[in-house]
Design a protein. Structure first.
Length: 485
């Protein structure tokens, strides 16, 4: 009788080790905190399922183990090497840049690095961005924090991750001021992607102590910053129109999504990018026009829901980064929601002014118009005047400038200059509504001229007579805004 062969324990041990290692890697994000099964990315769930299968295969006959163990080990080692290589090569592109914050909702990690890739429609350039230890974008000439620099706050328009350091609005403005008055203090770019003026209000006291600026400039993007102050739930207006702070709580779904996104493998992120890049993006002009008009109605409905939630006292934040345009203000300027958001934004900026007055630091608010209002037929959204007869392209920026003027806050409305500009395009295409390098250069010159002027208010940018861009492609005309704006 033939003596039965015994499977070498080392093979079963190796297979068991591979299975346990794969299971540990799959559930590792859950060990750092509560992360439910449905928050794990599909690739991690797949690996966990594979680990269970390997555990069940430990009892296979020796001849199968001799084939399976080398294959499993080789596959795991190949994936580990590939993941490690990608983490080294794509650290800036896929690495973590922000962290959730109970005070500011989220903030830039100190010394973070990131990579921005332009869409094909905008040239596909790759921009490498660096942040300093305070979460401000690092300057090409260095952030001179002890020399009383110009301090510029804002959202993605100011952070300008789509532009090289020297092409950003902040650096161009600082350069112009240095050339004109010999000021060598420089400019600090405190822009954060997705931030609203309310987050600037919370951030500014500490920033003033750390940077000690000579002047503060705050950029407000009329495209979505009014909605930011509503969505962030950090402030509200009481029945008398006074600003009140409130505790905003991040929805658990946001925390789970953030943990899940930060735990995803670089290999999976790369596969996801490659798969999406193969999708057709270009459509006909007719399809683009139809889609652009449909977007406006979708955004209008989203803004309506947000306002209702805010008015009923909701303090849970469910949207951190998806800042679609505030078309409700543009298409229905007399609506309660439009006036409330404009008043709330003005009240937030007035609170910032009060802080700065106490420290004798001048404030200038720069109001950036939306591409929808500047560029006829813009592929990122078109407002049809026939469907929305109350639409006025100059309203969003002029309405805020008017409110700030009544509060004694110096503001510069960029709409007049942008609406008649005949040079290169001022905004990107293909769904990216940020301003181009040319627009930042133009804005820097306008603001530098204003800051160097002796008048306390730039009447060109805040007066009631404003040029209007027609969305039907017609010529630029001029029309007086109602005094109630």
């Amino acid at each position: 009788m033939t003596k039965p062969r015994h499977t070498p324990p080392i093979l079963r041990g190796l297979l068991l080790g591979v299975a346990c290692s794969a299971a540990l890697v799959a559930i590792w994000p859950s060990l750092a905190g509560p992360l439910p099964w449905n928050a794990l990315h599909p690739e991690r769930r797949l690996v966990l399922a594979a680990a269970v299968v390997l555990l069940l295969l430990v009892r296979l006959p020796e001849r199968w183990l001799e084939r399976l163990v080398p294959l499993a080990l080789t596959s795991v080692m190949a994936l580990c090497i590939c993941e490690l290589a990608l983490r080294i090569a794509l650290r800036e592109e896929f690495g973590r840049k922000v962290i959730l914050d109970d005070y500011l909702l989220y903030r830039i990690l100190p010394n973070a690095k990131s990579t921005f890739r332009h869409l094909p429609a905008n040239g596909q350039a790759v921009i490498h961005v660096r942040y300093d230890s305070l979460g401000n974008r690092a300057s090409s000439v260095g952030n001179q924090q002890n020399s009383h620099p110009l301090l510029v706050f804002g959202d993605s328009f100011i952070a300008a991750e789509f532009s090289e350091d020297t092409a950003t609005f902040t650096e161009r403005l600082g350069s112009l001021l240095r050339k004109r008055n010999g000021d060598l203090s420089g400019a600090v770019n405190a822009g954060v992607v997705g931030y609203g003026p309310d987050q600037v209000l919370l951030r500014i006291p500490a920033a003033l102590d750390l940077i000690r600026p000579s002047r503060v400039v705050i950029a407000v993007f009329a495209g979505n910053d009014f909605g930011d102050v509503l969505r962030n739930r950090l402030f509200r207006l009481d029945s008398a129109g006074r600003l009140q702070g409130q505790h905003a709580a991040l929805d658990e779904s946001i925390r789970r999504q953030e943990m899940s996104a930060n735990s995803r493998w670089y290999l999976a992120k790369l596969v996801f990018r490659i798969r999406n890049s193969s999708l057709p993006l270009d459509t006909s002009a007719t399809e683009n026009a139809t889609r652009s008009r449909q977007l406006v109605e979708t955004w209008r409905q989203e803004r309506s829901v947000e306002f209702v939630q805010a008015m009923r006292g909701d303090t849970v934040v469910t949207n951190l980064y998806n800042d679609t345009p505030d078309v409700d203000i543009q298409i229905d300027p007399a609506a309660t929601s439009s006036r409330y958001k404009l008043d709330l934004t003005a009240a937030v900026l007035d609170s910032i002014r009060t802080i700065l007055v106490g420290k004798s630091i001048p404030l200038t608010v720069v109001i950036i118009p939306s591409a929808i209002d500047i560029m006829p037929g813009y592929d990122g959204g078109v407002i049809d005047p026939a469907r929305y007869p109350a639409y006025h392209s100059a309203f969003a920026t002029a309405a805020l400038a008017s409110r700030l003027r009544r509060r004694g806050i110096r503001s510069i409305d960029l709409f007049p200059a942008f609406s008649v500009y005949q040079g290169v395009p001022l905004y990107f295409r293909g769904g990216d509504n940020h301003w181009t390098d040319a627009a930042q250069s133009l804005a820097a010159k306008i603001v530098a001229d204003s800051l160097m002027a002796t008048a306390s208010v730039d009447t060109r940018s805040s007066g009631p007579d404003l040029p209007v861009v027609r969305t039907d492609g017609g010529p630029v005309t001029s029309r007086r805004l109602p005094s109630s704006y």
